[in-house]
Design a protein around this ligand. Structure first.
Ligand code: GDP
Length: 518
């Protein structure tokens, strides 16, 4: 657990050989010969990291307040004048506990929309779809149910959901993910409409389900609150029109508007590669009018729109705000949640990509550098504890290395040599503390030849063989391979998990070494 050559190599993500190579330039006065050799100078460690080109202090992170940055990254147009805004459909995410019927509800909604649609056509799963109601209103649904969609979007800072339909099965009531969904929607200040599902089931208890929502801050209309709750059967299609009407009503209250002019802005909701059509992504337009030829950037991808399709796979010429649209023409695939911004030319798109890549690279280097520094600090902390313990251990004639013969010459008499292994620093220290109380001047000498944290290793057995030591281990395991090795070397490994029993064992061992008195 020292910062060994191997530790450092690991922390830097480099090979041991690499570290040795660099070390020759840094500090050739010390003889590091094994990957387990300890490098005990922070300065040397830092030099090695630096010489490996990893200490990137000189590379400062991009200055996000840099006014130049505005010109390098894609920019949105200033907020539009309210007078030019027009009504737009709401964008809805369906959330709820697993198995409460989110997928069934989305399927039923999509199917009814196809039947009612003037276009007809086959439903396509493109990540979002629109439902046209008899009243002429339109509602757009995100097609990926649950938290995944919501969090993917939020993770990238995109706010695409206007309202959440929270599906609660009437036979099951409020469950863990129901509560989680409520929390997420509230955190984003997105209004909720409750769909009490599976009312066709015998066990369905609509009233109880409403009551269960109360402690979670959801007060439905007939409980004195203002949250709409619609009893439905997603499976049978019961009351789906009431649900969509409730959505439209809520949307009207929210007075949702968009700007159909100006530079296009939107959010990627899904990306995929089609065998025949190539790279495709589904976008929800939030501003402007998307059309053929528009140049877009999203994350680290850009596109010149070659063609667009609606959720029924039919080609369309224009996509206004709140419309889900499949876009063809991406050079790379953007990720779900990426913000889409229109730029004026392909040349600008290239500039933006270059800028964003450099920002990303710097961030990555910065993160890597921090990770290395963190690890080094951790290792040094452990190492310092070890040094301290070793200092205290000085009182016991510690002989960590050196040939046994030499020691026997200058120190004849009965002795017990031990190696101590423990599960944590604390336990090793506690054992060393107990050993410290053993009288070093007694007839039999106690030698701690080695100690450490972790399982018994091959090195431990090697040391034990060289010193004819007994290995005492506390709360650690001994791999079968090591047990075998110890056996063939006639080394005794004593495992304990109670300190005083371990000490008793040790005392017995010492007594057995004492010359018989007559
Ligand atoms: P999800 O995990 O929330 O997407 O739930 P699913 O839509 O996969 O539905 C889970 C199970 O509940 C499936 O077996 C559905 O057939 C069933 N289910 C969904 N809605 C209803 C409903 O309204 N009534 C009944 N009886 N079963 C339903």
């Amino acid at each position: 657990k020292y910062m060994t050559v191997a530790n450092l190599a690991n922390a830097m993500g480099k090979s041991v050989d690499h570290v040795f190579e660099v070390m020759m330039y840094v500090d050739n006065t010390v003889d590091y010969d094994k990957s387990t050799s300890v490098i005990d100078s922070l300065q040397v460690i830092q030099e090695i990291v630096k010489k490996s080109g990893m200490r990137a202090r000189t590379v400062s992170p991009p200055d996000l307040s840099d006014p130049e940055r505005i010109n390098k990254d894609a920019t949105k147009w200033p907020p539009p004048d309210p007078s030019v805004l027009v009504k737009r459909p709401p964008v809805v995410t369906v959330m709820g506990h697993v198995d409460h019927g989110k997928t069934t509800l989305l399927d039923s909604l999509r199917n009814t929309s196809v039947v009612k649609s003037e276009f007809g056509g086959i439903t396509q799963h493109i990540g979002a779809f629109s439902v046209k109601l008899q009243s002429g209103e339109t509602v757009t649904f995100l097609d990926t149910p649950g938290h995944a969609a919501f969090t993917a979007m939020r993770a990238r800072g995109a706010k695409v959901t206007d309202l959440v339909v929270l599906v609660v099965a009437a036979d099951d009531g409020v469950m863990e993910q129901t509560v989680e969904s409520i929390r997420m929607a509230k955190a984003e200040a997105v209004p909720i409409i409750i769909a009490i599902n599976k009312i066709d089931k015998q066990e369905a208890d609509i009233e109880h389900t409403k009551d269960m929502l109360l402690p979670h801050g959801i007060q439905v209309e007939d409980r004195g609150g203002d949250v709409q709750a619609i009893p439905i059967s997603a499976l049978n299609g019961t009351n789906l029109d009431t649900l969509t009407e409730a959505i439209v009503l809520q949307a009207e209250l929210m007075n949702l508007k968009g700007d159909p002019r100006g530079r296009v802005e939107g959010v990627v909701v899904e990306s995929r590669t089609d065998l025949h059509r190539g790279k495709l992504s589904t976008a929800i337009v939030q501003r402007g009018m998307l059309q053929k030829g528009t140049v877009l950037v999203a994350g680290l991808a850009w596109a010149k729109v070659r063609a667009m399709f609606n959720d029924r796979g039919q080609p369309i010429q224009q996509a206004p705000p709140s419309t889900p649209v499949e876009v063809l023409g991406w050079r790379e695939l953007p990720s779900a949640g990426d913000e889409i911004i229109e730029v004026e030319s392909e040349k600008r798109a290239h500039e933006v990509m270059k800028w964003r890549q450099s920002v990303k690279l710097t961030e990555k280097q910065e993160a890597e550098r921090e990770a290395v520094e963190c690890k080094i600090e951790e290792h040094l902390k452990v190492y310092k504890t070890q040094l301290e313990t070793r200092r205290r251990l000085g009182r016991y004639k510690l002989r960590p290395t050196g040939p046994r013969e030499k020691e026997i010459k200058d120190d004849i008499g009965p002795r017990v040599s031990v190696i101590v292994k423990g599960d944590v620093d604390g336990s090793v220290e506690a054992i060393l503390d107990v050993l410290e109380t053993y009288d070093g001047d007694s007839v039999c000498k106690l030698d701690v030849v080695h100690y450490g944290v972790g399982n018994v290793s091959e090195t431990d057995v090697e040391l034990a063989t060289a010193f004819k030591a007994i290995i005492y281990c506390f709360n650690v395991n001994t791999p079968d391979k090591i047990t075998e090795l110890a056996k063939s070397n006639k080394i005794s490994i004593r495992s304990h998990n109670i300190i005083y029993k371990m000490v008793d064992d040790l005392k017995k061992e010492i007594n057995s070494q004492l010359p018989l008195m007559d």
